[in-house]
Ligand binder design. Structure first.
Ligand code: R5P
Length: 318
């Protein structure tokens, strides 16, 4: 589907209701206004969409994180895409800064679904031609789609911040084995940074246990990197263990602030210097050491490049 030409087609940005502030910032970066759409509910709770902007022949970018309430936001995305297709949009790109259901990406026990694949199928079936997203739980989820996927990395914004901090004796740590590749990606871009990984076992959705640390963290400044902070257990336990093992300071850099359950309480009590997240998901959590970095510029540039048929790959670098 990506082979057709969108040259000359007007750019149109539309936003679902999940993250209006981010969509406004992307529009600001591109110097355009957000398109207009009525997004509501029917009396029984079904999603009701009415596009107010003319989408005929347009190169449409639908901005929607599928964050909580996940199912409502997902349905908004699907129904908006369907509305665009039926109103003769030339191309529809789903900009999904946070891709909900991404952690359900494999059968790790009998009789469970692969929900991330199902969601990918639904997005394609709704008429989306291309997807832009950030820090999927596993990069291989790109392959669940048979349309182009631009998978961007928040490390681009985190590393910029990290360079400003100019920390000495820097160690990048993953709170679990699954996140090691992400942590290693940081060390590749930061001269002299060393790698560490924590042995973590998940007991339930809310509870984790940590065991030992692989790598030298004593008297080091450790930056824990992760894709998601959900209930906060992983980073809180990892930070405690790192401090026990003699880490000088612990920073957290996690892309998507899902922050559910007792996350705020756990993060407030965690022995960390600063917790950095991005605005892929809007957050108003009152945590003193929480700082939100914006991915708006990176997404705005991705939209600009896709619309102008230019390479997006330079944005993959930090
Ligand atoms: C797990 O594999 C993910 O990368 C995150 O570490 C996890 O989702 C965080 O969950 P929680 O904050 O509930 O520990």
């Amino acid at each position: 589907m990506s082979a057709f030409s969108t040259a000359g087609a007007p750019l149109l940005l539309l936003a679902g209701s999940s993250n209006r502030p981010l969509a406004e910032q992307i529009a600001g970066y591109l110097g355009v206004q957000l398109g207009d759409a009525e997004i509501g509910r029917f009396p029984d709770g079904e999603v009701r969409i009415k596009l107010k902007s003319d989408v005929r022949g347009a190169d449409v970018f639908l901005i929607q994180s599928t964050c909580s309430p996940v199912n409502d936001h997902l349905m908004e995305l699907l129904i908006m895409a369907d509305a665009c297709r039926r109103a003769s949009a030339l191309r529809v790109t789903a900009v999904v800064p946070y891709f909900g259901y991404s952690r359900q990406d494999r059968k790790d026990e009998g009789r469970v679904p692969i929900s991330a694949k199902l969601v990918a199928n639904l997005i394609e079936a709704a008429g989306v031609h291309r997807v832009v997203t950030i820090d999927l739980h596993a990069a291989q989820i790109q392959g669940f789609f048979d349309i182009p996927v631009d998978h961007l990395f928040a490390s681009r914004v985190f590393i910029k911040y990290l360079r400003q901090l100019a920390l000495e004796d820097l160690v990048i740590a993953s709170p679990d084995v699954g996140g090691m590749k992400m942590a290693w990606g940081y060390t590749k871009r930061l001269d002299d940074a060393k790698l560490a990984v924590i042995e973590k076992r998940r007991l339930s959705g809310e509870h984790v246990e940590v065991g030992f640390v692989i790598g030298e963290v004593k008297d080091k400044n450790v930056v824990l990197v992760d894709d998601i902070i959900s209930t906060g257990g992983s980073v809180a336990k990892a930070a405690e263990l790192l401090r026990e093992k003699g880490a000088k300071r612990v920073y957290v850099m996690a892309t998507h602030p899902v922050l559910c359950g007792r996350a705020v309480e756990k993060l407030r009590g965690a022995p960390v210097q600063e917790i950095l997240v991005t605005d892929t998901i809007p957050t108003t959590a009152a945590i003193e050491r929480l700082r939100v970095l914006s991915v708006a510029e990176m997404l705005g540039e991705a939209v600009h490049r896709i619309h102008s048929n230019k390479s997006v790959s330079t944005l993959f670098q930090a």
